[in-house]
Design a protein around this ligand. Structure first.
Ligand code: SF4
Length: 320
């Protein structure tokens, strides 16, 4: 697929088997309209609008559902997804215009990072996420963020300001407390304990933050006591909520994850092949895990998500 709007900027990375390439990508829009997501026969809407500053993710999680977005670009969803990162150039200026045209009313928070991580390492030099947050803060737009990276702490002051002006909720994704498993499964992410420490720091700075135990991987991260210990650790690090989700394997992503299994846990290949005939695991597993998470949350007195966003304007209009 060719696009004259893209240029390639190679970045030396001695530690990587393959050099990192950053593609500057001229986009026309930054705000993406989101439809409902259907899982286990249930439709759910997580946001009306999403923003993904990047395409591709250096974190390289073996199970990542966003790998398929690289396949849409005629790139491979394995190594290229992790080493060829598309950066939305001029994103902040484009967003500023979109926010102006959209007006001040939002039914739901804008969700940043629904596809790939907005705080993957390349954000350290490109700073697209930070620039976008400044626009959202100026426009008093409500925001949610999903990340696995402690770099989110760099923007804690800005996120706290967004929380004061409108609404902010940061979901820090942690799949396991097992550092070795996390390193193999999510190779370029910070260790789980550092992510927990980031949750504590965010909350201390005035940024509502919770732990997202997702994806829960059958036979890998759902062992006896594992989810309970992770939820307890989240509580001890002052997480404001614990959300969760089971592993979903899109047909394009399944072979990549199965390659990982064949290297790391070949003993699980047959079981996964039997369960992941479709994208979702069997309903009885999904229901059992969620009942378990509900029980854990109840025992810890922990909600399953942040407080709902309430558009303040109808209230203000009623007052004046
Ligand atoms: S951090 Fe998220 S987007 Fe990045 S590879 Fe992992 S699952 Fe995919």
């Amino acid at each position: 697929m060719s696009d004259p709007g893209r240029t390639i900027e190679p970045i030396p990375d001695a530690s990587a088997a393959r050099p990192l390439a950053v593609h500057h990508w001229q986009v026309k829009t930054v705000l993406n309209r989101m439809g409902a997501i259907r899982r286990q026969g249930v439709s759910q809407k997580i946001a009306d609008w999403s923003i993904n500053p990047y395409r591709g993710c250096q974190h390289g999680c073996a199970y990542c559902y966003a790998r398929r977005t690289h396949i849409d670009f005629d790139l491979d969803g394995a190594a290229s997804f992790e080493r060829e990162i598309f950066v939305k150039s001029d994103a902040a200026a484009i967003l500023r215009g979109e926010l102006r045209r959209h007006g001040a009313t939002w039914n739901m928070p804008i969700s940043i990072g629904t596809a790939v991580d907005p705080y993957q390492p390349v954000e350290g030099t490109q700073r697209v996420t930070r620039d976008l947050l400044q626009e959202l803060c100026a426009a008093r737009a409500p925001v949610t963020i999903i990340t696995k990276n402690t770099m989110v702490l760099r923007d804690a002051d800005l996120l706290a300001e967004i929380a004061r002006r409108s609404y902010c909720a940061v979901f820090v994704s942690i799949t396991t407390l097992d550092e070795e498993l996390a390193r193999r499964l999510e190779p370029a992410t910070p260790p789980p304990l550092k992510r927990l420490a980031a949750v504590r720091s965010l909350v201390a700075t005035g940024v509502p933050a919770g732990v997202m135990i997702a994806p829960i991987l059958p036979w890998l991260t759902d062992g006896s006591g594992a989810l309970e210990e992770l939820a307890l650790a989240a509580t001890r690090h002052n997480a404001n909520w614990i959300s969760s989700g089971t592993l979903r394997l899109h047909p394009d992503v399944r072979p990549i994850f199965f390659d990982w299994l064949s290297r790391e846990r070949p003993d699980l290949l047959e079981r996964y092949a039997a369960w992941y005939v479709r994208a979702d695991p069997p309903t009885y597993y999904h229901d059992r895990v969620h009942a378990r998470i509900d029980a854990i949350r109840a025992s810890l007195g922990m909600p399953g998500g942040p407080p709902a966003y309430v558009d303040p304007r109808p209230v203000q209009a009623a007052l004046f």
